[in-house]
Design a protein around this ligand. Structure first.
Ligand code: ADP
Length: 367
């Protein structure tokens, strides 16, 4: 007997997505599986363009097809695996009911127990990094008390635009972005009473003309104030990322942020350790704030660890200059650290949505 399309399907039923723990056929990830002469052509649709598991999935598919061929006494065909990606949205609604942003597949909050730990840095680079990998991404600078996006995205010379009742987001560095920092006098202290903070955030989130987005990253104000509560009531959140530095005091604050998200029934996607170490020009590593503390905290709280971002002068420079894409064209270790964080966040989003009934695309597999 020789390999045919049905045998390929059987082989693919034995290959599991490493993150989602189910087989590729059940997950609806097989978009095509056909024999073309002596060649098996397999089209796999990943749940995110930031999938870190491509190579593992490819070799598992090759192995499964070879095994299937052997079991039916056929010669193993050569295998070509082609990848596409389609971020799937989970059918969710906000805690207030409904979903005012149906064109956005995943809203991801980025929070921290206190200011200055790099929450905005992570938000900006997560947004830009996911977009570099092929996702459509928006950034909502929801840190209404201290917006960083104007500087970090270099928006100073850009003019905001309004269409009807909607703010037009800035199209910069491959993402869409909006920030209160472009709507108010940048030198005035942003003092908001509770209801005003609620109103300002609500307006930014809902009265922005967001396009069709795979991920909307929301940079929250530090601490455990009103805005996260507003966010949870307004938008269906896939989850929150908590940023923390390695010191003990930062972990205590981060733990409080984690508990806040949990109390608001927002799934915590995991913890990022920022400023974890510094490597000087001689290659000597200095643990200025310690190292590994956030990973330990994540594991004791039963949360995924999403990666560590060391202190890089280049990163700080690019943040200040509003040139985030340069983080990928300088030191390879910096680009790799950022990519790793983006991939782990995207994986956790897929895992989290899968648990909540990831919407299945229709299958178009010929048998
Ligand atoms: P937060 O949003 O938590 O208040 P920011 O993201 O604004 O913190 O970061 C505070 C400052 O620290 C910024 O100037 C930023 O450029 C810098 N910074 C953050 N993370 C790093 C890092 N890993 N390496 C170097 N500088 C960093």
């Amino acid at each position: 007997m020789s390999m045919n399309d049905a045998e390929l399907q059987s082989a693919l039923r034995t290959v599991k997505d490493p993150d989602l723990g189910k087989d590729l056929v059940t997950l609806g990830m097989v978009r095509g599986a056909t024999m073309e002469g002596q060649r098996a052509v397999i089209d796999i649709e990943l749940t995110t363009p930031a999938c870190p598991m491509k190579d593992a999935i490819r070799s598992d598919i090759e192995r499964a097809i070879a095994e299937r061929a052997r079991s039916i006494g056929s010669i193993a065909p050569s295998v070509e695996v082609r990848f596409t990606a389609q971020v799937r949205s989970a059918a969710r609604s906000s805690q207030g009911g409904g979903n005012p942003l149906p064109q956005v597949k995943h809203v991801i909050a980025v929070g921290a127990g206190k200011g200055g730990v790099g929450k905005s840095t992570i938000s900006v680079n997560l947004a830009v990094g996911l977009a570099r990998m092929g996702a459509s991404v928006g950034l909502l600078d929801g840190d209404i008390y201290g917006p960083s996006a104007p500087t970090m995205l270099g928006l100073d010379d850009l003019q905001g635009a309004v269409r009807g009742e909607f703010l037009v987001p800035f199209a910069v560095h491959g993402i869409e972005a909006i920030t209160i920092g472009k709507l108010v006098d940048p030198d005035k202290a942003l003092i908001w009473r509770g209801p005003m903070a609620h109103g300002a955030f609500k307006q930014l989130a809902l009265q922005t003309e967001w396009g069709a987005l795979d991920y909307l990253i929301v940079d929250l104000p530090p601490g455990t104030g009103d805005v996260p509560l507003t966010l949870a009531q307004l938008l269906p959140l896939t989850g929150a990322v908590v940023v923390c530095t390695p010191q003990r005091v930062a972990q205590d604050d981060a733990r409080r942020a984690v508990r806040m998200f949990q109390q608001l029934h927002i799934p915590v996607l995991g913890v990022v350790e920022n400023m974890s170490a510094f490597t000087d020009d001689d290659g000597t590593v200095h643990d200025l704030f310690g190292r590994g503390g956030a990973e330990v905290m994540a594991s004791t709280m039963g949360l995924p660890f999403l990666g560590a971002l060391p202190i890089h002068v280049e990163l700080r420079r690019n943040c200040d200059a509003g040139t985030p894409l340069k983080n990928w064209s300088g030191t390879p270790a910096l680009a790799a650290a950022l990519d790793g964080i983006c991939q782990r966040v995207a994986s956790q989003v897929s895992i989290e949505s899968h648990g909540h009934g990831l919407m299945q695309p229709t299958l178009s597999v010929k048998d």
